[in-house]
Design a protein around this ligand. Sequence first.
Ligand code: HEC
Ligand code: HEC
Length: 461
Amino acid sequence: MNSVARSRIYHPARALAVCSGVILTAGVGAGCADQPGEDGEQIEFTSTEQAITAVAGDPLPGTDAVGFAGARTAFMTVEGLDDGLGPIFNEKACGNCHTQGAIGGAGVQIERRFGKVVNGIFNTLSNEGGSLRQLFTVGAFTGLGGQACNPPLEVEPADATVHNVGRLTTPLFGAGLIEAIPDSVIVANAQNQPLSIRGTVSNVKVLLPNPNQPSALNTTRVGRFGWKAGIATLAQFAADAYLNEMGISTQSCIGGTSVTAFAFESKPNGVAVPAGCDDRAPAHAAISGVPASTDDVVGTCAAGQTELQDDVAEFTEFMTFLAPAPRTAIDPNINLQGGTVFNAIGCAGCHLLKDYVTPSAPVNGVPGNFTFRPRSDFLLHNIGTGDGIGNDGDSVATTNLVRTAPLWGLHHRTKFMHDGASTSITAAIARHGGQASTARSNFNALGTSDRNAMLTAMNSD
Ligand code: HEC
Ligand code: HEC
């Protein structure tokens, strides 16, 4: 904190008063003394270190510019039937959804999911095409074998009990830094939280690791990506999105193992389209265990080969080296007042106002010892917004947990919360209940100066 920030107009006693008010009325310490602050601690909303790039969409410092530009082009490339698009899909390019602020940003597209609860246990209805309901079919076309093809559009099955759930497109700025956070740091975030707001670590299986770490294949790691923190690596998210958003199926090689988790074409409502009617991607050489319909393959994976399918590799590179979006200019006094209020009323209990630092030599190649402040604990919470969608076998309680949304790059956004149903930051705050209800009440009780300072600080990032 520099001397300008210290010569503030803000009165520390007021933050203390808000915080002790919480203790008196709620009888718990939730919202007070959250890490890293103490009661009434003065803390800037945005740390100075984060001003590292000129514009949103820039790469992290030290990134190979040519490689990054090529990866960005791949991320923006619009795919067609001949590339493997289909049989059903949501969009034709990653960059058609991740657009706000720059390519790689959040988006306005809202995807749809469904599922069914049987005896308190969630079922994705995978045999009926769940839980993602792709919004488009490639429609009528002539297959490479000359056959007439017309894949049907997926519809919500009649036996679904969880209906038409929305999922907003999230931003990817700084994703490689998030990937580099050690699991132990996220686990510690939970341990440091008071019980009333303690988050749940999302332990997930790594189906596709970063190629620099083949040994991570099929190990359990802490998930951190997506609204439900369901995925731990960017390579896996890339292959998953390529398949599920665009219908492009891929095989990759990791340490000699052929990874086929993303090699199988989508079946609209669980019914496979006739052979050759998934798309018009050219045939590949036969590989044991890889379907003939897989659009893009690496090969047999002999001799311990590690190689991501090339598009998946490009997407992974782009997302890994995409820097956090720069903040806008803010009066240092407002930055300090806003951060102090944000901390004092309990928002920072989950949206941590701490700087993360990457390890000295991160596996994914992002800069080492690099400071960033995404304002999330990367844990799952029930704040009363749960959408009831989960993985097969999840309890209903688990399906209602949502990852603490990182609060950076907010000024580029027009929609908020997992379903995109909120169109302002204040509307998003108003929906915080459950574990976040004390923080929301504290926000509602703020005076005009504190409220405005906090919102201005949030909007400056
Ligand atoms: C149809 C729009 C759409 C397309 C196309 C799309 N995405 Fe996304 N993306 C989303 C949505 C919606 C989410 C949030 C998903 C969720 O968590 O339920 C998301 C989330 C992500 C995340 C997680 C980020 C975070 O917040 O943790 C990554 C990584 C990602 N997408 C990468 C990709 C890549 C790579 C492609 C291209 C292969 C792609 N996306 C194509 C809509 C899209
Ligand atoms: C108990 C943990 C917790 C606390 C405390 C909390 N939040 Fe959140 N916040 C979340 C979770 C979880 C989400 C995602 C919820 C969803 O999308 O359904 C979220 C989402 C948001 C979003 C939307 C971000 C986006 O990308 O759409 C904003 C803005 C936000 N919180 C601000 C605040 C503010 C301001 C406070 C204090 C008044 C606060 N939060 C307190 C957990 C918390």
